[in-house]
Design a binder for this molecule. Structure first.
Ligand code: AMP
Length: 221
């Protein structure tokens, strides 16, 4: 019997944008997680199954080998730290930017120059700590789990660190990006032990994903 390969991913943008890559590898999901409540989804290949997990949990499932592979945003991987994970491929999907944002009119650059202590709300505490630490900016970080854009509007924070795609959410809340921390996209992650034990099954999948990503990049050029 062939080894079963388990791929963990979150529903929403990552799931939707992964489907074409799976199809390019000859794999079709047998259920839609937006409709079905199943958390383990079979595929057209008897030896490949999908786990539907919270985005922030994807690296944990792969780190402990409950999933052999996963698809996780770089934002999530930076917070997780990447222990036990092999990260062979930037899939180029779910692309956005990690930004510092503040209310329009807030003099962020001036505050930083004056050495003011800023209150920054974010879900991405580790990334924010490293970013501001490297720049020597004094911050008090406030951990939130979502809707960061609200924090400056109600006086909880001077600024936020969040993902920005179109910028519509910032604009709708009177905020503006003041600094880019870096580009973000989803990566394929692999459990290091799985790669050794199941290399025969995993390697062709990695290659198929790699070809699909290269073909899409060539098409976009
Ligand atoms: P936008 O209004 O298009 O700039 O999107 C910003 C909102 O969507 C914020 O609440 C972000 O946290 C979220 N967001 C944008 N891109 C991503 C992504 N690739 N992954 C997860 N959340 C995202």
């Amino acid at each position: 019997m062939p080894a079963v390969i388990t791929l963990a991913l979150s529903k929403g943008r990552i799931f939707d944008e992964t489907l074409p890559l799976l199809e390019a590898a000859g794999i079709r999901a047998l259920a839609d997680p937006e409709v079905s409540r199943e958390l383990v989804i079979g595929t057209s290949r008897a030896d490949v199954r999908l786990l539907v997990v919270r985005a922030a949990d994807t690296p944990t499932y792969v780190q402990y080998g409950a999933a052999d592979l996963g698809i996780a945003g770089k934002d999530i991987l930076l917070e997780h730290g990447g222990a036990g994970l092999y990260q062979p491929l930037d899939l180029g999907i779910a692309a956005c930017r990690m930004m510092v944002a503040a209310p329009e009119g807030f003099d962020y650059a001036g505050s930083v120059r004056r050495g003011a202590r800023l209150r920054v709300a974010t879900k991405y505490v580790k990334t924010a700590r490293e970013h501001f630490g490297a720049k020597g900016v004094h911050v008090d970080l406030i951990k939130l789990y979502g809707s960061m854009e609200l924090a400056p509007l109600v006086g909880l924070a001077d600024a936020i660190v969040d993902l920005v795609a179109t910028g519509n959410t910032l604009r709708a809340n009177g905020l503006a990006a003041v600094e880019e921390i870096g580009p973000i996209s989803a990566r394929l992650i692999v459990n290091q032990a799985s790669l050794k034990v199941k290399r025969g099954a995993i390697q062709p999948l990695l290659e198929a994903f790699g070809r699909a990503v290269a073909a899409r990049a060539a098409g976009n050029r």
